[in-house]
Write a protein that binds this ligand. Structure first.
Ligand SMILES: NC(=O)c1ccc[n+]([C@@H]2O[C@H](COP(=O)([O-])OP(=O)(O)OC[C@H]3O[C@@H](n4cnc5c(N)ncnc54)[C@H](OP(=O)(O)O)[C@@H]3O)[C@@H](O)[C@H]2O)c1
Length: 310
């Protein structure tokens, strides 16, 4: 089986926890396994890991570049999110055309033919003329043969308006999981099947609160590990009832949900261990062999059932 065909969501390896909960050796192991399985798409950002340690600014991409150099690889497809000026989780960024073009040059130099897409990372602006200047930089990236995209956009409508002039075919990363989704926020871009879902495990939710450790992704990100959401309890009961016939854990429920959701062109996965990656790949293939639509429908029903109780 090929890793992905055009009509199913692609599997894209995320690097947000690289250099944070994952040391360089673990990152190498995960990317080795991902690449050996035939997958090529990798998501990166200047500010990864966003761990508020200034010394770690751009550490994730350094590990990625080291992997590329060590293996002499030229056919990764890296989507690089730019605009951040630190990794402090602050909204401070620089989306001026000149800065973005500098980033473009920098990443073309660092990644060579492995650079596939340039994306704007976080924008809280609403002013269309300012956004238009940002889009001028993306238009030049497109002219240089790259795909272009958006991530963490506060006013998607302003981007849609400003893009009337440029007609850029954006890929868009959006948070989309069983507990929370930004899909409705991006209405102007619906129907194009250009969304890539991140946070599909809601940042690392485990069904059993006892599974969280001090280095769990959700713990270090400061997420809620109390598992108070009624949907989690509902999911556990539902999983018991269907006796692991189709899905066995939260990651598989999450993948089923994202894979079958409308307009989703890619699943941004964030395995922190090789075993998690292998489990995710196996399940990805299973979803291509067996129809999971009815499982998705049941998950949507569960979501509706618990919507008022969140
Ligand atoms: N555009 C943006 O603003 C944005 C935002 C967030 C993320 N992203 C991208 O999307 C990628 C994924 O996002 P995310 O980290 O939030 O994804 P996520 O799927 O919600 O959370 C990842 C965490 O879930 C757990 N997990 C993953 N696979 C598992 C498996 N097979 N079995 C059990 N647990 C599993 C791991 O937690 P433990 O380590 O605790 O086991 C892992 O670190 C990021 O790396 C980044 O590239 C983009």
């Amino acid at each position: 089986m090929t890793p992905a065909s055009n009509d199913i969501p692609a599997l894209i390896l995320g690097t947000a926890m690289w250099g944070w909960t994952m040391d360089a050796r673990t990152c190498f192991g995960v990317l080795d396994a991902f690449y050996e399985a035939g997958f090529r798409e990798v998501d990166a950002a200047t500010n990864y890991p966003i761990n508020r340690q200034p010394a770690d600014f751009r550490l994730s991409e350094r590990i990625l570049c080291e992997w590329i150099q060590t293996h002499g690889v030229t056919d990764l497809r890296v989507m690089m999110k730019v605009g951040s000026v630190d990794n402090m989780r602050s909204p401070d960024n620089n989306l001026h055309k000149s800065f973005l073009l500098m980033c473009l040059d920098d990443y073309r130099e660092l990644l060579g033919s492995n650079l596939d897409m340039l994306m704007i990372h976080w924008d809280n602006r609403e002013d269309e003329s300012e956004i238009a200047q940002t889009l001028e930089a993306l238009a030049l990236a497109r002219a240089a043969g790259l795909k272009v995209g958006l991530s963490g956009i506060r006013f998607p409508e302003a981007y849609a308006q400003a893009n009337e002039k440029f007609q850029l075919d954006f890929y868009i990363q959006l948070k989309h999981n069983l507990l929370q989704s930004d899909y409705n926020k991006y209405k102007p871009f619906h129907g194009k099947r250009r969304f890539m879902a991140y946070g599909i495990n809601a940042g690392g939710v485990k069904l059993d609160a006892a599974e969280y450790a001090s280095q769990s992704s959700l713990t270090v990100r400061g997420g809620d590990t109390s598992n108070q959401s009624p949907l989690i309890a509902g999911l556990k009961s539902w999983l018991d009832l269907q006796q692991a016939k189709y899905v066995t854990d939260f990651n598989q429920c999450s993948m089923t949900y994202a894979y079958h959701s409308e307009d989703i062109a890619g699943l941004l996965i964030g395995p922190s261990k090789v075993d998690q990656l292998r489990g995710t790949i196996d399940f990805y293939y299973k979803m291509q062999q067996i129809d999971f639509q009815h499982i998705y429908d049941q998950l949507v029903e569960l979501k509706k059932q618990y919507a008022g109780a969140q």
